[in-house]
Design a protein. Structure first.
Length: 559
């Protein structure tokens, strides 16, 4: 039994949740529900008011009739008593009066004759048309009747039915005093039933209830019809908007009639047409720009090759030149290197923009890729006087990656960190879990603001435009790194704070198709313990200018 109630509660809970979701997600349901609730409350209030007024009206009208009838009957009884001879049998007189009065007036009624309270009976204590109803005469009513002239009345409940008392009908008890010459005063009571008025009231209440149900149903149907006519075009517009957002630019709303909804549909279609034209124009312009960049990059390679050959000839005999010419030959070679890097990056960006970038993934240990990138960055770190600290786990960090692209990401992050570290340490941390592998590159240099961190991956963007590119960067390295990370289905994120340095985190899925939800390493470092550590030679790489003296990266400390 407990299991049944538990299942019942679960079903009711699920149904209530579905109803709440349905109510929240549908404007039509909310409007219909609100209209029905307001209409039902209004009908209940109005019906209650009308029912009360009708009940009071029926009661007041019947009470006036009852009081008039009882007053006339009392006067007739008093006239009968006054005209009765002295030798009249009082008991028989009372019985005849009760039988005659019972069927008098507008309907059948019960009649009671009693001695006043406190008087000794002479011939009779009470005569009644129905002895079972004598207890309905309350003591309070008898005190009021015996204590003054005129009529007194009181509402009562009359037990009726078979068996007696199975139901109670409303009624009115009316009492007054009459005097029999030679015998004294007596109390005369009339009991009137209000059952016909009660049946009339119930019939009217039933009619009102049926009318209220019909009105609520009609109100619900009208509201549903009106909201359907209003909501259907809105739903159609929402569906068309979703299709437009998915790239189906030819979707349009159906226009019917000349009303406001038809005007809305025409305006929506005009807006969609304008958006389609603008999007196509922007697509054509974007394609033209990409093709222009790609064509220019390819076309520049031929003259660049010729200039490179001439520059190498000049650079090889620069010792025979005057100092100014020798310096010009060196600058020419350096700027040609930057020019070639810029052309290569422009070509790579154009591939990403055109959607032609391909991922050549293979199962590799990310630690090997990190070691290769660090080794390439050691000469630059040596020239900047920057420590490189590498922290890698002992276990293999295997993932499906394109080694060339991941190494390019790490190389860009390391070069960027070394350039902005200003001689402080740069830390490289590798971590993994069951879903992903992460690499965090942290420097303790000038840092950057959160606003700058939001734009750090923009093309050709620099936090300080006046800052020189001492390493010959093209301004596209981080933008290409971000595209490489997205090509793997991974993340590339940046954090920074002034005077605390910056942190870049690369998170890659270990298997193709995995959707990342978290990263094994935190992006934001613990600033409370952010003191620059004393780096020992056995725990960090100290770059030197002699490549032969560089330590073996396989012997770096791993925590």
């Amino acid at each position: 039994m407990s299991r049944f109630w538990r299942h019942t509660r679960v079903r009711l809970l699920l149904l209530s949740r579905r109803a709440v979701r349905r109510w929240r997600s549908s404007l039509q349901v909310r409007v219909i529900t609100s209209t029905l609730v307001i209409g039902l409350v209004t009908l209940l209030v109005l019906g209650g008011f009308l029912s009360d007024r009708l009940r009071d009206g029926l009661f007041d009208q019947r009470l006036r009739e009852v009081l008039d009838e009882s007053s006339r009957s009392t006067r007739q009884v008093q006239d009968t008593f006054d005209a009765a001879p002295a030798d009249t049998q009082v008991q028989q007189l009372f019985v005849d009066l009760v039988q005659g009065l019972q069927v008098g007036g507008s309907g059948e009624r019960d009649v009671f004759i009693q001695r006043p309270v406190g008087q000794n009976p002479v011939l009779v204590t009470s005569v009644a048309s129905d002895e079972r109803l004598v207890p309905l005469i309350s003591d309070e009513l008898r005190r009021q009747v015996s204590g003054g002239d005129g009529q007194r009345w009181q509402p009562v409940g009359i037990p009726v039915g078979d068996p007696v008392g199975s139901r109670v009908d409303p009624g009115v008890m009316v009492g007054s005093q009459v005097e029999l010459p030679g015998s004294g005063r007596y109390e005369l009571y009339y009991l009137y039933t209000l059952a016909p008025e009660q049946r009339t009231l119930r019939f009217v209440q039933g009619v009102l209830a049926a009318g209220a149900v019909a009105v609520v149903a009609l109100l619900g149907g009208m509201t549903w019809l009106v909201t359907r006519q209003t909501v259907s075009p809105v739903r159609s517009a929402a569906r068309v908007a979703e299709r437009l957002a998915d790239g189906h630019l030819t979707e349009r709303m159906e226009v019917r009639g000349q009303d406001e909804m038809a005007t809305l549909a025409r305006s929506f279609n005009e807006m969609a047409e304008s958006l389609q034209v603008q999007i196509r124009r922007m697509e054509d312009l974007s394609a033209l720009q990409r093709r222009f960049v790609s064509d220019v990059s390819h076309e520049l390679r031929t003259p660049l090759t010729t200039i490179r050959m001439a520059g190498e000839v000049l650079h090889s005999v620069r010792e025979d030149f005057p100092p100014a010419a020798r310096r010009s030959a060196e600058l020419l070679t350096t700027q040609l290197d930057r020019f070639e890097d810029l052309l290569a990056d422009l070509l790579e960006i154009s591939r990403f923009d055109a959607g032609f970038a391909m991922l050549d993934a293979e199962g590799r240990d990310v630690r090997d890729v990190v070691a290769a990138a660090v080794e390439q960055a050691l000469p630059l770190a040596s020239s900047k006087g920057t420590w490189l600290r590498v922290d890698m786990p002992d276990t293999r960090c295997t993932a499906d990656i394109d080694p060339r692209r991941v190494e390019r990401i790490l190389r860009n992050l390391l070069v960027n960190a070394i350039e902005h570290a200003e001689g402080t340490a740069v830390e490289v941390t590798v971590g993994l879990d069951a879903q992903a592998v992460a690499v965090v590159v942290r420097d303790h240099g000038v840092g950057m603001t959160p606003a700058e961190a939001e734009h750090v991956f923009d093309r050709f963007w620099r936090a300080d435009p006046a800052r020189a590119r001492t390493t010959g960067g093209t301004g596209l390295g981080l933008a290409i790194s971000l595209e490489d990370a997205h090509l793997h289905g991974g993340w590339l994120e940046a954090w920074g704070r002034r005077a605390y340095g910056a942190s870049f985190r690369l998170t890659l899925p270990r298997r193709a198709g995995i959707t990342l939800t978290s990263s094994p390493l935190p992006l934001v470092p613990d600033l409370a313990s952010d003191d620059v550590p004393d780096l020992a030679l056995d725990a960090a790489v100290r770059p030197t200018s002699d490549p032969a003296s560089l330590p073996d990266l396989d012997h770096l400390e791993a925590r």
